[in-house]
Design a protein around this ligand. Structure first.
Ligand SMILES: [Cu+2]
Length: 340
């Protein structure tokens, strides 16, 4: 069920989607100046300042490395201070703590974990975001096997999720949540699954992905350090799909993971069901900003005919600033209010 390239995985999992990972890097960042986003939604930023001398120091001095790619943006320094989400197991005083020692390949495991708060105790209060109090993403480090799950809350701050990893390997798990009274946060932890592990070779970037009877086409370019418009167009049996269903308040949810370190970026579509301008397909428009050049795994969750499906893409960033998705399809009525 998990493949690499155009692959797909249909929703036996609760491929829900959701969210907010993007609080820090997605919606907030896309909607405005990075400095503003960092101030308003980034547990990340606050956490980095508090938790990481490394982050601060690195940004101050190492920021020059990326400055070249961000020429003209004027916010290079601010961006350099913002660490992508999901790279740390502890951030802002919160820590992701597994309670389950082992996950056996091919065997469903009741995987449990807690989020330890600044006071050293398990966090029990979470703010609902996009219908869920915690969004849990698991993916193998070679970008295959993406799963988006929604754990249930047990007592004492313990979260439980049935986890079925069909292949051995090194995985990364992300918990996206917002403690009550605190900013949303995405923490990441490693999961090792013993067995015969054969990393998939890097997938070749492709503009189309198939999932079941559906073909999803990606247009637009990822430009490092800039906001890029991406359009994902969904067809079934060669016919455009125009009756997508809302799923957690959107017609599509897109997660991007950077190849190499799995930096995590959740991107929201431009427009939402019921806003009077957003149509239910075939095109879903996103504004994404990737933090650096490189290769990214893109995972689009969409719902149609009652089922949530995930289309998987591999995309390489484009060096051409003029290639920004300015020419992407625009006949779907979407505005561009989110574009800076
Ligand atoms: Cu979710």
């Amino acid at each position: 069920m998990v493949e690499m390239n155009g692959a797909i995985k249909v929703g036996a999992y609760a491929l829900g989607l959701a969210v907010v990972f993007g609080g820090a890097l997605g919606a907030g960042r896309l909607a405005g100046p990075v400095g503003g986003a960092a101030a308003e939604s980034s547990p990340g930023a606050g956490a980095e300042r508090g938790a990481g001398q490394d982050a601060g120091a690195g940004a101050d001095h190492g920021g020059h490395q990326e400055a070249g790619q961000e020429t003209g943006q004027g916010t290079a320094a601010a961006k350099a201070l913002t660490l992508p989400a999901g790279l740390q197991v502890s951030q802002g005083g919160y820590m992701l703590m597994p309670e389950t020692d082992e996950v056996t390949v091919g065997k469903k495991t009741d995987f449990r974990f807690t989020v330890i708060g600044p006071d050293g105790s398990p966090v029990t209060g979470f703010t609902t975001q996009h219908d869920k109090k915690l969004h849990f993403i698991v993916v193998r480090r070679d970008l295959t096997g993406f799963q988006h799950l929604h754990p249930t809350q047990l007592g004492g701050g313990v979260w439980s999720v049935p986890l079925d990893l069909p292949s051995a390997g090194e995985y990364r798990a992300f918990a996206d949540f917002a403690p009550e009274g605190a900013q949303p946060l995405t923490l990441g932890m490693d999961l090792s699954v013993a067995g015969d592990y054969r990393p998939e070779p890097p997938a070749v970037p492709a503009e189309t992905a198939k999932v079941g009877d559906y073909t999803v086409t990606l247009t637009g370019d990822l430009i490092p350090g800039r906001t890029s418009m991406l359009t994902l167009s969904i067809a079934k049996g060669g016919e455009p799909v125009t009756d997508l269903q809302p799923y957690l308040a959107a017609y599509g949810h897109l997660v991007a993971l950077r190849d190499g370190d799995l930096a995590y970026l959740h991107v929201h579509p431009d427009g939402e069901p019921g806003d009077g301008r957003t149509v239910p397909g075939p095109n879903i428009t996103f504004y994404a900003e990737v933090p650096s050049a490189g290769t990214y795994g893109l995972y689009l969750d969409f719902k149609h005919a009652g089922t949530v499906r995930t289309a998987v893409f591999t995309a390489a960033t484009s060096p051409d600033p003029e290639g920004n998705g300015a020419t992407a399809p625009s006949g779907d009525g979407h505005g561009h209010s989110h574009q800076p």
